[in-house]
Design a protein. Structure first.
Length: 389
C-alpha cells in the first residue's frame, strides 16, 4: 500500500539541502535576561519580552492570584469563557489605547485573522505591505477579498494602486493593513501618509502594533503614537505576548467595531477563551507599562548602544528606534554558523531564514530587552566580531 505522506520525505530533504530545516528546542527561563538550553544559561537576545516583564514577580503574582479560582476558561468567550479578568483587561486596553472599546483573542495571530475576515470579503479589496506579518497576510487571503500587495513602506505605490482601483469602481469596500513596527526589520510603517490616504479615499485602516505596544511612543502606544497619528487609526491590533509578557491579542476601536467583531469574528466566536490568569497577568503588565516609563527609556538607550557598537566594528545595521536589530547576512548556512558560534560564546540569537524572510536575506534577529545592561551589550559585540571572522 502506497504511503500517502511519502512525498514529505523528498520535500524535507530539499528543505535540509537549502539550509532551512528547523527544530523545536526545549528552553527554560533563567535568571535575569537568560534562557536555559541544553543545561546552559545563555544571554537571551531572541525574545520579544522587550520590557523584561514575563518573569516580573508582580505579573507572576497576578497570574497566581487568578489561578486560585482555576485554570482553563472552559468555553468560548461568547458562551461562558469571558471572565471578569477578561472584561477588566479589555476595559483597561480601551482606556490605554484611548478608544471606546476593545476585545481579546487567544493570540495576536487570531486577532489579525479574525478582524480582517470579519470586515472584508469577496467584492472587497485589501492593500497589504509586502513585508507584513504572516497573520496579516493569511487574514487577507482567507477573507476572499482581492489583495493588492504594495512595495514595503512605499506609500507612493500604495497611492497609485488605490487611485487605480477607485477609478475602476470595481470594489465595494477597501481595507489597508500594515504592521506599525515590522517584526523582522524593526522599521516603522509610513503611517502619516497611510492615514492620509485612508481618510482621503474612505478606506478602513488596520495597524498591527504587536511590536510597538508598550515599547515606543510617549505612553507606549506604539508606532502610531510615536508618529502622531494614533487617534486617526480606526482599527488597532496588539498583542499581550511581547512587551506585556503574557499571551493573547486584542483589537481596540469604536464600540460599533468591537460589537461587530464579537458577533462576526470567527476566531473569537469559535475559539476557547484564553485562561483568565493570562488576562490578569496582562493587566498587571499594562499597569507597569503605564506607571514605569523609565523601562522604555532604558530599552531605547540599550538599543541605541547596540546599534552604535555595531557601527564601530563596521557592521551595517538598520537605523531606528526599536529594539529589533537585524544583521542581514544573506546566506542561511553562514547565518547558522555565526548563530552557533555565538551560542558557544554564551549568547542566544535566533537565525532567521526563508520563508520567514525573503530569499537572500537570512539574518540574525537581535531583540534588545530592558533587562540587559551596557556591559552585556559590549561583550556581545566582541563575541559577534569573533564569530564573524
Amino acid at each position: 500500500m502506497t504511503d500517502p505522506l511519502a512525498w514529505i520525505d523528498a520535500g524535507a530533504a530539499s528543505w535540509r539541502r537549502r539550509g532551512l530545516e528547523r527544530k523545536l528546542v526545549p528552553s527554560e527561563r533563567g535568571a535575569a535576561s537568560t534562557i536555559i538550553r541544553n543545561d546552559r544559561a545563555l544571554i537571551n537576545l531572541g525574545s520579544n519580552d522587550y520590557l523584561n516583564l514575563a518573569g516580573d514577580p508582580r505579573i507572576v503574582a497576578a497570574a497566581r492570584g487568578s489561578l486560585a479560582k482555576g485554570w482553563g476558561s472552559g468555553a468560548s468567550a461568547l458562551v461562558s469563557g469571558w471572565s471578569l479578568e477578561h472584561e477588566t483587561l479589555a476595559n483597561e486596553i480601551a482606556a490605554f489605547e484611548e478608544t471606546e472599546a476593545a476585545v481579546l483573542y487567544p493570540t495576536g495571530y487570531a486577532a489579525n485573522v479574525g478582524a480582517i475576515t470579519a470586515l472584508v470579503g469577496r467584492g472587497d479589496v485589501i492593500y497589504s505591505d509586502a513585508l507584513n506579518h504572516a497573520s496579516l497576510i493569511d487574514g487577507a487571503r482567507l477573507s476572499g477579498a482581492t489583495v493588492r500587495k504594495y512595495a514595503h513602506g512605499d506609500a507612493s505605490v500604495l497611492e497609485h494602486k488605490i487611485r487605480s482601483d477607485k477609478k475602476s469602481g470595481e470594489y465595494r469596500r477597501g481595507l489597508i493593513v500594515t504592521d506599525g513596527v515590522f517584526s523582522m526589520d524593526g522599521n516603522l510603517a509610513p503611517l502619516e501618509r497611510i492615514v492620509e490616504l485612508a481618510e482621503e479615499h474612505e478606506l478602513m485602516l488596520l495597524v498591527d502594533e504587536a511590536h510597538g505596544t508598550g515599547v515606543i511612543g510617549e505612553n507606549g502606544r506604539g508606532a502610531a503614537e510615536y508618529l502622531g497619528v494614533s487617534e486617526r487609526i480606526p482599527i488597532k491590533v496588539g498583542t499581550l505576548s511581547k512587551a506585556l509578557g503574557s499571551v493573547g491579542g486584542f483589537v481596540a476601536g469604536s464600540r460599533t467595531l468591537i460589537d461587530w467583531l464579537i458577533n462576526h469574528s470567527r476566531p473569537l466566536v469559535f475559539s476557547t477563551a484564553a485562561p483568565a490568569a493570562t488576562a490578569a497577568a496582562a493587566s498587571a503588565a499594562l499597569r507597569v507599562v503605564i506607571g514605569e516609563p523609565e523601562r522604555r527609556a532604558q530599552l531605547a538607550s540599550l538599543a541605541n548602544r547596540m546599534r552604535v557598537r555595531f557601527e564601530e566594528i563596521g557592521v551595517a545595521v538598520s537605523e531606528g528606534i526599536t529594539p529589533i536589530i537585524p544583521v542581514v547576512l544573506g546566506d542561511p548556512d553562514v547565518t547558522m554558523r555565526i548563530a552557533e558560534s555565538l551560542t558557544k560564546a554564551g549568547f542566544y540569537v535566533p537565525a532567521i531564514r526563508p520563508p520567514t524572510v525573503p530569499d537572500g536575506t537570512s539574518r540574525l534577529r537581535i531583540s534588545v530587552s530592558s533587562g540587559l545592561d551596557a556591559e552585556t551589550i559590549d561583550r556581545f559585540i566582541i563575541a559577534f566580531k569573533v564569530a564573524q571572522s
